[in-house]
Design a protein around this ligand. Structure first.
Ligand SMILES: *Cc1c(COP(=O)(O)O)cnc(C)c1O
Length: 386
């Protein structure tokens, strides 16, 4: 479906049709995988749109067009991992530049900002992004970018995207939003003024826990050209096979997100009343401090729920072992439910002090609810908690 023909289709429709292109040789209804590393020229200076797969590939382009449409961007670049999006964006900056971001963003991004970018002379300040004033105070003359991630991981704090991008604009800073946790079905950061949206497609966009990937999406054509140049020059693009998997996964995004959210809400409500649970973190609960803001900028609350277990009453190892439907695993966003202890797993790469300051303790448990039946998930948790 070309952009020209496109009416005002809704996300459910775009995710199935946008970018998907059908081969004219056999009239396939899905996009073929083109593993070809190179494409023949018809004559000097003339080819059919692709010359070399690092620079561009029809299968990867189909996914890029799809993701750009879902986020409401004008261009997208699909990378080999979520982290490769930050590797790429890091090269928009130069030695002496400075970034402001949240204290509780994805731990791999913290590691990148803390240990990799400084070797290139780029520094980062980590602040409590729930307070736009803290962002404003952290801005220096050399600050170039603000990185937003909302809801945060694993405690699901909400950042006011419009307020932060307003601060960024006042100071002429680039604003970047990592939209992995919500997917464009529940949150579209461009609507609140951000310049760049990034995703780990490993999570909800692919949704089947069988590929790692990332995406960078832009609205401004000039910025898009720069990203296209960097992805090609750095070699951060994904393989055609991986792009094909994500393109297949994304078609059911809307229906998966509804199911993830239904399950998250059921589990959050169950845990909130459980005597062995001290605190539940889910923005869909009225008791969550970010609930009102979440309702304002999100169309749903997502599929991740965290809680603090009462360790006097629950042995986490035994609890995890008794669960039948939850795998003890990092990551999130797949059709199957996962559970993990951020302290020793997803967040172990950040310092103990940073974890404690961020409100994470050994009693914190994070779940990614899959698309199973909510009653089965609640029953599994009930039985395992005892
Ligand atoms: C997983 C994740 C990433 C990193 O993505 P990879 O595909 O694992 O490289 C970045 N941001 C968030 C919010 C994530 O959940």
């Amino acid at each position: 479906m070309s952009r020209k023909e496109q009416r005002e289709y809704r996300l459910e429709t775009l995710s199935v049709h946008e970018g998907v292109y059908k081969d004219t040789a056999y009239n396939s209804v899905t996009t073929p995988i083109y593993p070809s590393s190179t494409f023949a020229f018809e004559r000097i200076g003339q080819h059919k749109g692709y010359d070399y797969t690092r620079s561009g590939n029809p299968t990867r382009q189909a996914l890029a067009d799809n993701l750009a449409a879902l986020e409401g961007g004008t261009g997208a670049w699909v990378t080999c991992t979520g982290m490769a999006t930050f590797t790429t964006l890091g090269y928009l900056l130069k030695a002496g530049d400075h970034i402001v971001t949240g204290k509780d963003i994805y731990s791999g991004t913290i590691r990148f900002l803390n240990t990799v970018l400084p070797t290139h002379g780029v520094e980062t300040s980590f602040v409590n992004m729930s307070d736009p004033d803290e962002v404003r105070k952290a801005i220096r003359p050399n600050t170039k970018a603000v990185l937003i991630e909302t809801p945060s991981n694993p405690l699901l704090n909400i950042v006011d995207i419009a307020a932060i991008t307003a601060v960024a604009r006042e100071h002429g800073l680039l604003s970047i939003a990592d939209n992995t946790f919500m997917s464009p079905y529940f949150q579209r950061p461009f609507e609140f003024g951000v310049d760049i949206v990034v995703h780990s497609t490993t999570k909800y966009l692919n949704g089947h826990s069988d590929v790692v990937g990332g995406a960078i999406i832009t609205r401004d054509a000039k910025l898009g050209e720069r990203i296209a140049f960097l992805v090609n020059a750095l070699g951060t693009a994904c393989s055609p096979f991986d792009a094909w998997l994500v393109l297949r996964g994304v078609k059911t995004l809307a229906y998966r997100m509804e199911a993830h959210q239904r399950n998250a809400m059921a589990v959050a409500r169950f845990l909130a009343d459980h005597p062995k649970v001290k605190k539940v973190y889910y923005p869909g609960l009225e008791t969550h401090p970010g609930h009102a803001l979440a309702k304002k900028q999100m169309r749903g609350f997502g599929g991740v729920v965290s809680f603090d277990a009462d360790l006097d009453k629950v042995n986490l190892d035994e609890f995890f072992a008794r669960l039948e439907l939850f795998s003890l695993a990092e990551s999130l966003g797949g059709v199957e439910s996962l559970i993990e202890q951020p302290w020793t797993m997803s967040h172990s790469s950040i310092s103990e002090q940073a974890r404690t300051e961020g409100g994470i303790s050994p009693s914190t448990v994070r779940m990614s609810l899959g698309i199973e039946h909510p009653d089965d998930l609640v029953a599994d948790l009930r039985a395992a908690l005892g």
